[in-house]
Design a protein around this ligand. Structure first.
Ligand code: ADP
Ligand code: MG
Length: 449
């Protein structure tokens, strides 16, 4: 088979997995002919305008995203109507960048970026810049704490521009890389040649993306050089995008000239995601991790979103750890496994907070089940039914969450360590010998989960 057709088939195989079968058949069953491959486009022939419209409206990004995971080259799909075959003959530019691999992470696109209160303005600004670089906001300065999506958004701008005008020279660099490049360029080994290469890399940019500019703090000579590059490109109306962990004004040991340039265009910040956004991000990331994201219950995502509240990166790290843990040990995607898999990652404060909620929940369930009030569970009362309920609640908390026995004692009217230990042993023994106790325990565990 023609290699481009093979790529198309492979792409479809992957797409098919997350599409409705009937939809898939309607849209793609008749798209199986490559017209030609030219200027980094694989042209596929579609039978009618509606199909073309639907594919381009809803699936083109996903298709090209999948394609980018299958090949290192820059190719993309394009669809062409049988009737319009001549359109494909219009010249499509192949210049500079099309020969190179994109320096951007494939999945950092706008379509993979979830939005909420905390990042909407930054997202919209980035979209605007991507749609009309060289005009509106120059530079676009995006700032915020680590792991909030700055690099993602910056690369999305690059992808978008390349998707729409493939010969644009999009240069992505970090301030660190820029510094290294500069020192290499002025090192004496190869002399002139080096600095030419440096100029070529940065001054030929149509769009310059510079990540983590705070790295230039205190580096005077690099700042000077960056200033020159900035002035040069800005003068040519080339789009510049900068990210930073803080606002331009808060940068220390940074030339005033540079700081003022950073404020010339538009400055936008990204804040910590709220709960709803955290859940959206988790869902998005989950779809890359496992074939069938529906296997992971919503409560699990909800819990992970409660654990990692500060940024998307920790959230993603937690999710990946959990999924890897469950998949590699062949365990079900349960809430308990979240605690087990993430034990060492759970920030202490959140863990406490979460556990407190969980302890309250156990108390409530036990109280309802045995028809004994929570106050009774916490009281000194030694009535048989109350004692039994209390012992069961202690045992369940220990089983599920394993806090220190002293902490369990505190939950039940400040009982001491020895009392809790005795209670737990008692239930352990009863579970082995008394089916009624076992029955209570099983029913309660079901409810609590
Ligand atoms: P930063 O550059 O601000 O430190 P990154 O852009 O590297 O953060 O983001 C960290 C991770 O979180 C990346 O995997 C990124 O895809 C993800 N992420 C951040 N924000 C979002 C979002 N709004 N939607 C989807 N993924 C996000
Ligand atoms: Mg970053």
């Amino acid at each position: 088979m023609d290699p481009s057709l093979t790529l198309w088939k492979k792409t479809l195989d992957i797409l098919k997995e997350d599409m409705d079968e009937a939809d898939f058949a309607v849209l793609f069953s008749e798209v199986n002919e490559v017209y030609k491959v030219e200027s980094n486009y694989i042209y596929l022939i579609v039978p009618n305008a509606l199909t073309k419209f639907r594919i381009e409206k809803f699936y083109i990004n996903r298709l090209n995203e999948i394609l980018s995971t299958l090949t290192d080259s820059l190719v993309k799909f394009k669809f062409i109507l049988e009737d319009d075959l001549h359109e494909a003959d219009k010249p499509l530019i192949t210049k500079k960048n099309s020969l190179y691999k994109r320096p951007l992470k494939a999945e950092y696109t706008f379509s993979n970026f979830e939005t909420g209160e905390s990042n909407r303005f930054a997202f919209i600004s980035a979209m605007k810049v991507a749609e009309s670089p060289e005009s509106l906001y120059n530079p676009l300065y995006i700032f915020g704490d680590v792991g909030l999506g700055k690099t993602h958004l910056m690369m999305a701008i690059g992808h978008y521009i390349l998707d729409n005008k493939i010969d644009t020279n999009v240069v992505y660099t970090s301030a660190q890389e820029f510094t290294e490049d500069y020192f290499l360029a002025i090192s004496t080994k190869k002399g002139k040649e080096n600095i030419q290469e440096f100029y070529h890399k940065y001054r030929d940019a149509d769009v310059l993306l510079v990540d983590d500019i705070q790295f230039l703090e205190g580096k005077q000579s690099t700042q000077e050089e960056f200033f020159k590059v900035f002035e040069y490109l800005h003068g040519l109306n080339k789009q510049i995008v900068i990210t930073s962990d803080r606002s331009a004004n808060e940068l220390k040991n940074m030339m005033a000239r540079l700081k003022s340039r950073f404020n010339w265009g538009l400055s936008v910040d990204i804040k910590a995601p709220d709960k709803a956004l955290r859940v959206k991000i988790l869902k998005r990331k989950l779809s890359y991790l496992i074939e069938n994201p529906k296997e992971v219950p919503h409560e699990v995502l909800d819990l992970i979103a409660d654990i990692f509240t500060k940024n998307a990166r920790d959230l993603e790290g937690g999710l990946r750890r959990y999924v890897t843990y469950c998949v590699s040990l062949n365990l079900p995607f349960t809430l308990e496994n979240v605690y087990i898999a993430l034990d060492s990652l759970i920030p202490e404060k959140e863990e406490k907070h979460l556990n407190v909620k969980n302890y309250e929940n156990v108390k409530q369930e036990v109280s309802a089940y045995f028809k004994v009030s929570i106050a009774d569970l916490e009281s000194p009362s030694r009535k048989q039914q109350i004692t039994y309920a209390r012992q069961m609640a202690m045992f369940i908390i220990k089983e599920l969450y394993g806090p220190p026995l002293k902490a369990i004692g505190e939950l039940f009217g400040n009982r001491d360590h020895a009392t809790v230990s005795h209670s737990c042993d008692k239930i352990t023994n009863l579970l082995k010998t008394n089916p009624l106790v076992k029955g209570d325990y099983d029913l309660l565990m079901k409810k609590i989960k």
